[in-house]
Design a protein around this ligand. Structure first.
Ligand code: SDX
Length: 377
């Protein structure tokens, strides 16, 4: 007989550790990074300042920010072996596979990979913060048959990211909306990919290995892959007038509606109002009323049918579409941001490490004994 033990499927509701990085509060629909409400950070700070906050627990002063951004700006290019490996990957490879592979190569090239001191891990975190935009831009451009655009050290993180992808600096409206998305995606406590990075770190493996595993976890459509999946359903629906009927059929087929629902938030995702505001500025900038109509129609239909609220991926998917990214590049953009939260958690895990190794209840066949090969029927 199988032992009677309470199973916490999906670890739902299980508290596994403390964290000082962020606080997700579903009762108040709020999210704090190191104590600061995320919507206030989005209104007041740049993504670079938020990255610094997540890693150092405090916002930088002007001198600290200048030193930090100089370090980031000086590492925005990819080494030749990284470019070569990307070049060798077929265009049929999903961009998340490309990002995962490129980070793995960066880890294999770094002579300090085995050094897990906080100072070394901070240096690696800045390296990845600087290089992820280069990886994503490189891959987006190669998919369009375009040449590489070298980074510009005079530009901030988001302006440079967009410049490297599209070959020109877009308007402030676009840069600001993108920067807000980076801030909102940066950190979210023990989500699946962050927990993955903590599991890997708990074995005293290296930071790059943990990040590569995190990228693998983020790829899935129940997690980060949802921002891409939202755009696919928008394409499938077509126009606002078709949203209701489409939803009816999708629910009848027991499909999960991408961009809706959350394991922790049951009354709405704290980040959605801020990202929706950013999306609205893009709708105006690109004169994209039809996309907004579809966004509203599907959300309205979902509220009247299931009352399941949108999550951050719902407004960010269409935002990245308007900015000009191919749909498959949306989740790599999430990686570029979440590298900050992942690495903050990796360093926190190491500071008070315990090997993460839960238990299971065996429910397979009873004990038995192997017959010699000749005696097996
Ligand atoms: C992210 O945790 C984080 O912090 C993650 C994240 C981060 O910042 O790191 O916020 C980022 O991953 C956002 C989530 C992106 N995923 C999606 O948008 C995919 C669609 N959503 C879901 O499949 C779902 O809501 C989850 C996976 C997000 C949460 O699922 P749970 O907590 O495991 O809940 P569940 O699947 O058991 O759903 C409970 C009920 C079910 O109905 P019943 O079987 O009880 O009748 O709600 C229904 C579900 O069918 N439901 C949905 C639904 N989400 C929940 N039904 C249709 N469409 C949905 N999207």
């Amino acid at each position: 007989p199988v032992e009677e033990v309470k199973i916490y499927k999906g670890l739902a509701g299980v508290v596994v550790d403390y964290t000082a990085v962020s606080k997700v509060n579903p009762e108040t629909n709020s999210l704090l990074y190191r104590g600061y409400p995320v919507q206030e950070l989005a209104a007041t700070c740049s993504f670079e300042e938020v990255a610094y906050l997540l890693w150092h627990s405090e916002l930088p002063d002007a001198a600290q920010l200048a030193e930090f951004t100089a370090a980031e700006r000086s590492q925005r290019t990819l080494d030749a072996p990284v470019k070569r490996v990307i070049d060798d990957l077929p265009l049929t490879a999903h961009p998340m596979d490309v990002v995962r592979t490129a980070v793995s190569v960066i880890g294999a090239l770094d002579p300090t990979t085995a050094d897990s001191s906080t100072s070394s891990n901070l240096a690696k975190s800045i390296t990845l913060l600087a290089k992820l935009p280069a990886i994503v831009s490189y891959d987006q451009r190669r998919r369009r048959g375009q040449d590489v655009v070298e980074p510009r050290e005079d530009l901030g993180y988001s302006a440079n990211f967009l410049y490297m992808t599209f070959g020109e600096v877009p308007s402030d409206v676009v840069v600001d909306a993108f920067d807000v998305s980076m801030i909102l995606y940066a950190e979210h406590s023990f989500n699946a990919s962050t927990f993955t990075t903590r599991v890997v770190t708990s074995t005293l493996s290296d930071l790059y290995s943990a990040v590569v595993a995190g990228i693998g976890a983020l790829k899935g459509p129940l997690h980060g892959g949802a921002n891409e999946a939202v755009m696919h359903i928008f394409d499938e629906i077509g126009t606002a007038d078709k949203a209701e009927a489409w939803l009816e059929q999708a629910l009848a087929e027991k499909r999960k509606i991408m961009g809706f629902g959350h394991r922790v938030y049951k009354n709405g995702d704290s980040r959605v109002p801020t990202m929706k505001k950013a999306l609205d500025t893009l709708i105006e900038e690109y004169d994209a009323q039809e996309l907004l109509d579809l966004y509203v129609a599907l959300d309205d239909a979902m509220q009247s049918r299931k009352a399941i609220q949108p999550n951050l991926d719902y407004p960010s998917g269409p935002a990245y579409h308007l900015i000009g990214y191919d749909t498959e590049l949306f989740t790599p953009l999430f990686v570029a941001s979440r590298i900050t939260g992942w690495t903050a958690h990796i360093m926190e895990q190491l500071a008070s490490n315990a090997l993460i190794r839960p238990l299971s209840v065996y429910n397979g066949v009873d004990e038995r004994h192997p017959a010699a090969l000749a005696e097996r029927a």
